[in-house]
Design a protein around this ligand. Structure first.
Ligand code: MRU
Length: 350
C-alpha cells in the first residue's frame, strides 16, 4: 500500500486550540489547501459549501467549531456562556439538515455545559476546557468506530472482488480511514486485489474528485464511471458488492445518503448483488421512525446547470430540482454495518 492520506486529518484542532484547520475539499483533487477557521460564520460557510463534508466530518467540524467560536465568551458568566452557545448550536445545526451527526455532537457539547453549570462550575474558561476535551473525545471515538466498521465490512468481502461505491465515504469524510471505503483500505493492506468502481456522483462529483483521489493516492485499483453507467457495470458481472456510507439511518433501517444511492440499491437487487450501508452508530437516529421523516437538503440549481461547465449548459430560467440526498428503503439493504456489528432486515438498533 502506498502512503495513504492519513498523514493529515480532514478536520483538525491544532495544539493552540484557537482555530479549526480543515482540508478544503472543494479544491480537490487539484490542490491540497488547508483553511483556518475561527468564527462561527467561517465554520458555517465551510460546512454549507462542502469545504468540509461527509456526515461524521461535519459532526466533528461543528463540535470543534462551537468550541472555537466560544473562545470570545470566556469572561462571561456560565449562564450567559450557555445562552451564547445555544445560539451558535442552533446556527451550526442548520448548516446542513440531512446528516444527523452535527446535532448529535453539538447535543453532547450542550450536555457538557449544562452538567458543568448544575455541578457549580463558576468559570466559563473551565467550561470551555471541558468542551474542547469532549470534542477531542468525539473525534477519537469516530476514529475507533471507523476502524471497527471497516473490520466488520472487510468480513463481508472476498479477495479479487469488484466493489462499487457512491459519493465519498472515505478518509476525507470522517476523522480517519472511512466507513464505506474503510474496508477497502484494509483490503489494500492485506492484498485482496479488489477492483473498485467509483461513481462520479453528480452534481458535486464527490466520487470523481474525492473517492478517486483518495483511493488512487493510496494505491488502490479504482476505475471512475459516470453515475448512469452503474447498471451496465453491474449487469456485466463486474461488481460483487456495493458499499455506501450514510447520513442518517432511521429507526426502521431506511437510510439517507447521497442522491443516487437508492437507484443503486434497486439495480443491485435486480442483479442479485449485495448492497451494504456502513456508518457509525452515531448516524442512527431512532427519533426518525422512517426515511420519510428525514429532512432532505435541497441545494442551488446552479450546481447542476453551470458549476462544472465552461459555459452554462442548460437554458436560462429552466426549472431545476437538486435534492442532495435520497432515501434507500430498509428492505433494499442487505446489511447495515456499524461498530456494533452487522445488522440485517428487519432492523432493530435499540
Ligand atoms: O453532500 P456530502 O458530500 O456531504 O454527502 C456525503 C455522503 O452522502 C456520504 O456518503 C455520507 O456522508 C457518509 S460519509 C462517511
Amino acid at each position: 500500500m502506498k502512503e495513504p492520506l492519513f498523514l493529515f486529518d480532514s478536520v483538525a484542532l491544532p495544539p493552540e486550540r484557537d482555530r479549526l484547520v480543515i482540508l478544503d475539499q472543494t479544491q480537490l483533487p487539484g490542490r491540497e489547501k488547508f483553511l483556518e477557521l475561527r468564527t462561527k460564520e467561517e465554520i458555517y460557510e465551510a460546512i454549507t459549501s462542502l469545504r468540509v463534508r461527509g456526515a461524521p466530518a461535519i459532526g466533528i467540524a461543528a463540535a470543534y467549531g462551537l468550541c472555537v467560536a466560544m473562545l470570545d465568551y470566556r469572561g462571561h458568566t456560565p449562564e450567559d456562556f450557555y445562552r451564547k452557545a445555544e445560539r451558535i448550536i442552533f446556527y451550526l445545526e442548520s448548516a446542513r439538515p440531512t446528516a444527523v451527526n452535527p446535532s448529535v455532537t453539538l447535543g453532547r457539547l450542550r450536555g457538557v455545559i449544562l452538567d458543568a453549570i448544575s455541578s457549580g462550575v463558576e468559570s466559563s474558561s473551565e467550561i470551555l476546557d471541558l468542551l474542547f476535551d469532549e470534542a477531542d473525545v468525539i473525534k477519537q471515538e469516530d476514529i475507533e468506530r471507523c476502524r471497527k466498521v471497516s473490520e466488520y465490512g472487510l468480513s463481508l468481502i472476498k479477495p479479487d472482488w469488484g466493489i462499487l461505491t457512491h459519493c465519498n465515504a472515505g478518509h476525507l469524510a470522517v476523522s480517519r480511514l472511512g466507513t464505506a471505503l474503510g474496508p477497502l483500505y484494509l483490503a489494500l493492506e492485506r492484498n485482496y486485489g479488489l477492483r473498485i468502481y467509483a461513481d462520479e456522483t453528480r452534481p458535486l462529483l464527490q466520487g470523481a474528485r474525492l473517492t478517486a483521489y483518495e483511493l488512487s493516492k493510496a494505491g488502490a485499483d479504482v476505475t471512475l464511471i459516470c453515475d448512469n453507467m452503474a447498471a451496465l457495470v453491474m449487469a456485466k458481472g463486474l461488481v460483487d458488492a456495493v458499499l455506501v456510507g450514510c447520513d442518517r439511518i432511521a429507526a426502521n433501517g431506511d437510510v439517507a445518503n447521497k442522491v443516487g444511492t437508492s437507484a443503486l440499491s434497486i439495480i443491485a437487487a435486480h442483479c442479485h448483488i449485495p448492497f451494504y450501508v456502513l456508518g457509525p452508530s452515531s448516524s442512527v437516529d431512532t427519533a426518525s421512525p422512517d426515511g420519510d421523516s428525514i429532512p432532505i437538503e435541497e441545494r442551488d440549481g446552479e450546481e447542476i446547470t453551470e458549476l462544472w461547465f465552461r459555459e452554462r449548459m442548460a437554458p436560462e430560467g429552466i426549472k431545476v430540482f437538486n435534492p442532495a440526498f435520497d432515501i434507500t428503503r430498509a428492505e433494499m439493504i442487505s446489511a447495515i454495518i456499524t461498530e456494533d456489528g452487522i445488522f440485517r432486515y428487519p432492523y432493530n438498533f435499540k
